[in-house]
Design a protein around this ligand. Structure first.
Ligand SMILES: Cc1cc2nc3c(=O)[nH]c(=O)nc-3n(C[C@H](O)[C@H](O)[C@H](O)COP(=O)(O)OP(=O)(O)OC[C@H]3O[C@@H](n4cnc5c(N)ncnc54)[C@H](O)[C@@H]3O)c2cc1C
Ligand code: FES
Length: 268
């Protein structure tokens, strides 16, 4: 059964204090926010929409996956790629930002009777994997992380366990894509029982993975990226086409019916 997981989150818009900003690489920071109401209801795969400053530059909020939840704190892993993320990466401890969330649906961790979860991520797509890994481990699942990047400088394994790496230039780990690495490792992992794949990364990587999961008949959830404005289904900025089980194509708003979809539904 292919599915869309629709969530009925209690969404709040709160002013959150930045408790800590840690630069973990040249262009990536982990930002800890005091956000009790969002921390209390967030699920792995949810995201928040953050107004990174108090001026009009940038005007719109920016979406970020929930990287980790610790008590009343949420952590966001941010890669600086433009004006909003550059500002957020340099956030001063003690300052505040407006945070809307938790938004979107979540990874479906109850639908299949899998024993091992393989978390496949590329680049900043590793951001939601820590929260997911912790939740799966608490349910007694075995978790394996396969992490890809263009070079070793793009690999983000912050606090994750059981990691194997793939780089396009061979500077660390397997020389190739993270899907090629999965292909190499899968037989060995499947000996321990049924697996499910959970993935986040650049959309082209997710399309290759979706094909792989279909060919190998493995359950797979993918968390997609798109440009987002409102994050709550008003601006229609995040529409994407997906397959339906009856073979037709329909348009969804990724901020409401995503960002996670069953890989079977991805138009490749
Ligand atoms: C559901 C979701 C979860 C996300 N989680 C994270 C996360 O955990 N950590 C993180 O660092 N980033 C995450 N992103 C991406 C992040 O929202 C964008 O990088 C950010 O909005 C860019 O803002 P900016 O002002 O820095 O860049 P801009 O100045 O707006 O844009 C810079 C360049 O990046 C491109 N761009 C902007 N947004 C996106 C996007 N969403 N996808 C691809 N290209 C884009 C623009 O077209 C432009 O070329 C997520 C996006 C979505 C939709
Ligand atoms: S981001 Fe506005 S409708 Fe999805």
């Amino acid at each position: 059964m292919s599915h869309i997981m629709l969530e009925t989150n209690t969404i709040v818009d709160v002013r959150a204090t930045i408790v800590q900003t840690i630069r973990i690489s040249n262009d990536v920071s982990v930002i800890t926010l005091n956000c009790p109401s969002i921390a209390a209801t967030a699920k792995p795969g949810n995201f928040v929409n953050v107004k990174v400053n108090t001026t009009t530059q940038p005007l719109l909020r920016r979406p970020f996956s929930i990287h980790n939840v610790q008590g009343e704190l949420i952590e966001i892993m941010v890669k600086s790629i433009g004006c909003g993320t550059a500002l957020f990466c340099d956030s001063e401890e003690g300052s505040t930002v407006m945070v809307l969330g938790p938004l979107g649906n979540c990874f479906n961790i109850t639908d299949h009777d899998f024993k091992t979860a393989i978390l496949v991520s590329g680049g900043i797509g590793t951001a939601p994997m820590l929260f997911l890994e912790k939740t799966l481990a608490a349910q007694g699942k075995k978790v394996i992380n396969l992490i890809g990047g263009r070079t070793k400088n793009d690999l983000l394994a912050q606090n994750l366990s059981n990691c194997s790496f793939a780089t396009d230039d061979g500077s660390m780990g397997f020389n190739g894509t993270v899907v090629d690495l999965l292909d190499r490792e899968l037989l060995g992992i499947e000996k321990d029982g049924p697996v499910k794949l959970f993935a986040c990364g650049p959309n082209p990587m997710l399309k290759v993975l979706a094909n792989f999961s279909r060919e190998n008949r493995i359950a797979c959830d993918v968390s997609l990226e798109s440009v987002m404005g409102c994050g709550i289904g008003i601006c229609y900025g995040c529409s994407v086409e997906i397959n339906t089980p009856d073979g037709s194509v329909r348009t969804i708003l990724l901020c409401r019916e995503g960002p996670v979809i069953d890989a079977k539904l991805l138009v490749v």
